[in-house]
Structures are given as C-alpha cells and as structure tokens.
Design a protein around this ligand. Structure first.
Ligand code: HEM
Length: 127
C-alpha cells in the first residue's frame, strides 16, 4: 500500500532529537538515574534503533539485537508505576523540547503510555 509510516511522518532528525532530549532528562531524574548506566550513549543508540522500528521504519533494532522482547529485557530492573510515570514525563518534556506537536505526537505518545505500563514489574514502595 501507499501508507506513510509514523516514522516517515516524524522523520529521523526529530526522532533523534527527542531521544537525545529524553536521556538528558533521564540522567537528571532522581527516580530513573539510579537504574541507568552512567554513560547513556549506547542506551540512546539502542532506543533510536528500537523506536525507528516501533514507528514502522526499518527494523534496525532486530537486525542488531534480535527480537526486542522488551518486557523481558527490563526484568533485571525494578520498574515501578512511579518509574513508568517518570519515564513518560521525561518523554513528554523531550517531545516539547524537540518541538514535536500535533496528531503524530498524540499517536506516538499514547503507544508509549501503553508500552511503559506494560514494562511495570514491581509495585510502588508502600508508605
Ligand atoms: C533499556 C528502564 C520503558 C525501551 C532500558 C534500561 C533501563 C530501562 C534501566 C537498560 C539501559 C542500559 O543498560 O543500557 C526503563 C524504565 C521504563 C522503561 C524505568 C519505564 C516504564 C521503556 C519503554 C520502551 C523502552 C516504554 C520502549 C518504548 C528500551 C530499549 C532498551 C531499554 C529498546 C534497550 C534494550 C537493550 O538492551 O537492547 N530501559 N525503560 N523502555 N529500554 Fe527501557
């Protein structure tokens, strides 16, 4: 079909800018920084590969790393509802910084909300 992918609508450069702005925030977020590596270069590179294919672009992540099995790859980390919300708030701010607005943003972000909640594997701390 002639259907244009979300990836083509958003564009490689905007996606790259969103991801850079996102990890800059992750690095500074008190709930997220402790579970991420010090150097986020490789993490950002893998995320760009993953989100490219998530949005219907070339399957860059799978070509290098195999099937994403994202929930399984997150099991070594305690992903609480609080951390999922922190992840999403960093992403929303990153999209603002990259000047990414409109229906493409709404569609992309709503898919990330579903995926982030799917990664949750640990309850929030009590108290
Ligand atoms: C890897 C945390 C949600 C995609 C990681 C890593 C952490 C993490 C700590 C390991 C980083 C590294 O060692 O390089 C979280 C938290 C989330 C979350 C707290 C909150 C819900 C998501 C979502 C997506 C995603 C929603 C996709 C839309 C990835 C990918 C990797 C990754 C592609 C790299 C996997 C690999 O090593 O090949 N995440 N993540 N994550 N995350 Fe997440």
């Amino acid at each position: 079909s002639m259907k244009i992918s979300q990836y083509e609508k958003i564009g490689k450069e905007t996606l790259h800018n969103i991801i850079q702005a996102f990890y800059k925030r992750v690095k500074q977020h008190p709930d997220l920084a402790p579970i991420f590596p010090e150097d986020l270069t490789e993490t950002a590179r893998k995320q760009e590969q993953f989100l490219t294919q998530f949005l219907g672009g070339p399957p860059l992540y799978t070509a290098e790393h195999g099937h994403p099995r994202l929930r399984m790859r997150h099991l070594p980390f305690q992903i609480t509802p609080k951390r999922a919300n922190a992840w999403l708030s960093c992403m929303s701010a990153a999209m603002d910084e990259a000047n990414f607005h409109g229906p493409e943003r709404e569609e992309f972000f709503s898919r990330l909300v579903i995926t982030a909640h799917h990664m949750v594997n640990t309850p929030d701390e009590k108290g």
